[in-house]
Write a protein that binds this ligand. Structure first.
Ligand SMILES: N[C@@H](CCC(=O)N[C@@H](CS)C(=O)NCC(=O)O)C(=O)O
Length: 235
């Protein structure tokens, strides 16, 4: 990990807020292939916010670097530093960005639509992604083998995608909950993209999700956030 976390992370860091404001460019601690980091990159792009990319290599365990642990005690990417404010966890970061930088709102005012956005975000963020995270995979690989690990992930993703497809049945808008990109989309695309590219998920059985995926791949905010376009992606 590039180590300027210490200079940007005051000693009392304990989460968002509290510290005196210090102007500065946003810094995103990210790993190119991390779907949680990908969510935040999309939102930063949508909101037109410039940021400095701080790579954290999960394959060499840089998330366990004590300097990074000061930013996120649970040792996951992403983490965002905004002046003296440090926030980790993609959901918390997205809500913070929504409050601080309201341009291109991600959460609709309409209560039903807002709840649907949060439900979709939650399915991806709580009921799919944590089940495919490295500690889970490594555990299954160690106890069983890598084939079982991939079968486990595919099962969990298919279970989640089946629910999402039902939830979005009849969706006729450009994006998941309307003709503007909203929170649901920011969660959906990194999960769909990783499902296809890393875990070989067959999207032909998810026509709505498949159509949304194509729409996302035409949007500049999503294109610029693609894993392979990040500075730490292998060339
Ligand atoms: N709820 C957290 C989850 C973060 C998370 O699981 N990050 C993964 C990458 S997508 C990670 O850092 N994994 C490293 C590890 O498991 O050691 C969020 O949304 O930010």
């Amino acid at each position: 990990m590039e180590s300027d976390a210490s200079s940007n992370a005051p000693q009392e860091i304990a989460g968002a807020g509290a510290l005196p404001p210090a102007p500065g460019k946003l810094k995103l601690y990210s790993f190119w292939r991390s779907s949680c980091s990908y969510r935040v990159r999309i939102a930063l792009n949508l909101k037109g916010l410039e940021y400095e990319y701080k790579p954290v290599n999960l394959l060499t365990n840089e998330q366990s670097d004590p300097e990074f642990e000061k930013l996120n005690p649970i040792k996951y990417v992403p983490a965002l530093v905004d002046g003296a404010t440090v926030i980790a966890d993609s959901f918390a970061i997205l809500l913070y960005l929504e409050d601080m930088y309201p341009q291109h709102p991600l959460l609709p005012q309409d209560p039903q639509k807002r709840a649907l956005n949060i439900q979709i975000a939650s399915i991806v963020g709580s009921s799919i992604q944590p089940l495919q995270n490295y500690p889970v995979l490594n555990f299954i690989e160690e106890k069983l083998d890598s084939n079982e690990a991939i079968r486990w992930i595919q099962h969990q993703i298919n279970r989640g995608f089946t629910a999402l497809e039902k939830l979005l049945k009849g969706c006729s808008t450009i994006y998941a909950t309307g003709d503007e990109i909203q929170l649901a989309d920011v969660f959906l695309e990194p999960q769909i993209y990783g499902g296809i590219k890393r875990f070989g998920i067959d999207m032909s059985i998810y026509p709505v999700l498949g159509r949304l995926h194509e729409a996302y791949l035409e949007h500049p905010a999503f294109l610029a956030a693609l894993p392979e376009k990040q500075p730490d992606a292998p060339s």
